[in-house]
Design a protein around this ligand. Sequence first.
Ligand code: SF4
Ligand code: SF4
Ligand code: SF4
Ligand code: FES
Length: 980
Amino acid sequence: MLETIIQRERDFGTPPSTSTQMLRVTVDGTEMTVPSGTSVMRAAAQAGINIPKLCASDNLEAFGSCRLCLVQIEGRRGYPASCTTPVEEGMVIWTETPKLHELRRGVMELYISDHPLDCLTCPANGDCELQDMAGVVGLRNVRYGQDGANHLSDPIDESNPYFAYDPSKCIVCSRCVRACDEVQGTFALTVDGRGFESRITAGQNDSFLESDCVSCGACVQACPTSSLIEKSVIDMGQAEHSVITTCAYCGVGCAFKAEMKGQEVVRMVPWKDGQANRGHSCVKGRFAWGYATHQDRMLKPMIRSDISQPWREVSWDEAIGYAASELRRIQNKYGRDSVGGITSSRCTNEETYLVQKLVRAAFGTNNVDTCARVCHSPTGYGLKTTLGESAGTQTFDSVMFTDVVILMGANPSAAHPVFASRLKRRLREGAKLIVIDPRQIELVDGPHVKADFHLPVRPGTNTALLTSMAHVIATEGLIDEAFVAERCEPVAFEQWRDFVSLPENSPEAMEAETGVSAAALRGAARLFATGGNGSIYYGLGVTEHSQGSTTVMAIANLAMATGNLGREGVGVNPLRGQNNVQGSCDMGSFPHELPGYRHISDDKVRQQFEQDWGVTLQPEPGLRIPNMFDAAISGSFKGLYCQGEDIVQSDPNTQHVAQALAAMECIIVQDIFLNETAKYAHVFLPGSSFLEKDGTFTNAERRVSRVRKVMEPKAGKADWEATCALSNALGYPMNYSHPSQIMDEIARLTPTFAGVSFDKIDELGGSVQWPCNEQAPDGTPTMHVDEFVRGKGRFMITKYVPSEERSTRKYPLLLTTGRILSQYNVGAQTRRTPNVVWHSEDLLEIHPQDAEDRGIRHGDMVAVASRAGETVLRADVTERVQPGVLYTTFHFPESGANVVTTDSTDWATDCPEYKVTAVQARLVTEPSQWQARWSRFSDIQLGLLAQRQGQQDGLAADPTPASVPQTAPTPQPVVAASQD
Ligand code: SF4
Ligand code: SF4
Ligand code: SF4
Ligand code: FES
């Protein structure tokens, strides 16, 4: 079912009606009932009758422009368009009559008279609705020639790196315009001119690249001809088969049809039945998959005895054997706990599970952690403490039932674009929006969307702000007393109410600290408490703080106090950054928790794993990532297996990380590229991309979706196979023949996954939301429906403790970090795609006032210094940031944003405080010392890549060969550039 020959998905022409009132109609003699509000076209389609159409599509509102879908209705004059005509009780409809045939042929003749007749050489040949309709209406000749006025020589717009717009093929059906408006919410396209002069234009007659287009591809997907078409289809021709899989970028977890020719991807088409994305996508998942075959892919295992030595390519057996012997040597010399592992939030659940199993069972230690440590670990802690489960409470669909949204510390238009499109659609329908963010993100004032409140909170004061919101709700009688009485612990609630009601927590008292006006905060609190279904969506701007866990608990408090949990349209929704960050947490990647968030010290749970795995497990939690670094520097932690995670670039205080890695004796890096961490590695195991393996990812909705192999692993092994090989070499057997067996083991050992299997996921149409077990055999779309997972909800006191990272005379500005749409995380994938056309370097956003005070102009180079280090970025002078706040992204290693971030962490989870760093900024003309060192070192890496050029089959050729290095330099432990 999920691997098919290419075929267009069924299109019912107009969206379904949600009405419960049923009407009786007859279509071509067939009697049926359909919901009131259904179009005649859709009713016919439901009866198996496909009325010819060109401008209609069931993901867009009916428009009625092409006049091809005409029908006859008994008792009505004329020939109404079936897409814009709703059914009525007792309606009798005829879709095929001689008159209708004649009218439709006439319409098609007009279209074809202004259309190039080059079907045989057209890239859409075989996948063109205009071509199909010509056949359907029986077009045999065209009475009008092409000699008159036409658009056949209009110039093609090829500015977008991924798709082309050929106006000569355009039939002005407006599907692209409506897709951009209704589905994507960007409003980048218009129909310019009238009648024959009508043309589709991007922006103010700009090219697609210069316009507001965000390259989501919705218009390309909507286009019935080849007017808007992927350049990959132009280059490669039509695909021959397709496989349903899941995007490997963000935590939305969009389902895609990978359309293939043999083992080559022709295009990725968002899957209409995908339950997370409902047929939509963003530029990353839709187009930025070329990194998987980029020439920089590392396809051979490599080893070296010392990081000052050059790499030596070896066989898989030799690399695995060397890694195993080094790990055992280190353990024999320094003790069992001198080694550990880091799992990846980009790898599958099955791979992540295996890495933590390897560390616990084969290494014999609990020193395993994951990159969720540096992003959403406070979500796990905060939600588990208050509600009893470490995950978001809703489906993405739920946002369509919300009335008021709090969006806090998240910028979904950039980081979770498909969710952003759903949210925008709901906002256009009338839902209210409260944005809590230091920056003016797009949703504050975007196309057809305007926040009702923007609370520009000062970085580091989230807890204070939410507590004062709770103050308003508690002191103005806005608590949902019935919900609280029925669902929450009474004593904890009373203590919380007393706490938030204290005068020092009022908006007026907190105003100076948070920078948010008391009046605006009171207005926002009242709106949230009284505006109907209230939902809270938040991101790393909440968690990556010294009080990240406290703020998550404040969010849960707010939801409980207002009764906004346990049904559609409400809830607490962490927007997860990476594709499988939810899954890597679920799979037991934390040093204190086995799969399913069960504490390692729980004897009963541990014994269950011991029996299944046939080993004795350590009852004490192991080291977290920051502890591993500290232990490495102090000499007790010497070996690390790091799968699919570039800790040098992504973790804070780069110089501290580099110092730790340089002190270790064996670092095994497994990645698809020679990343920054590999500079400190002794063993390199080539990784596999998401296209090369089977498994599952779990998105922010707890949705476990299938990842399906569309091509063989380019390096010969999928990541899970490499982990098994390492385990076997260490003497702990792991012999799975397919990832489905790993999932079966996960299900056997994890109560929330007890019902999950690859077969079950297929049976449910491609995904299932955990918990999935005997109590919830088809999964759990909404959590905490009748009671919280922990029984009664627990209000927590959220005392505001100011961040130690405060502006001082020396460091008067606060730097905060985030993402941009076209790039992803450390950029390892997106930097190797044409996405760099939109964002080729990390910029420093600075308010005009702060810039002027320092003589900085737009585009100048600016040194940003903190107590941890210094880097240089190009200035973007903008009012998106408020005075006193700087903002940058961290997608490019040479920017070194994390050279500046400090090692301040969340009090409960050690999640780094990326979002608050006290800094100074000054105008400079040269890169920082750190960047100069980085650049020299990277030249060597580039040389190594050039050396491999032409040696690897199936990868793109290197257009810019570089010199081949004979040796690599010793990376010096880097000393902090400046100290406060
Ligand atoms: S690619 Fe997306 S944003 Fe760009 S014009 Fe098409 S629908 Fe609009
Ligand atoms: S570009 Fe395609 S979708 Fe847009 S109006 Fe023209 S034919 Fe229709
Ligand atoms: S929204 Fe996220 S999951 Fe969906 S296509 Fe974009 S990057 Fe992929
Ligand atoms: S499909 Fe109905 S008017 Fe175009």
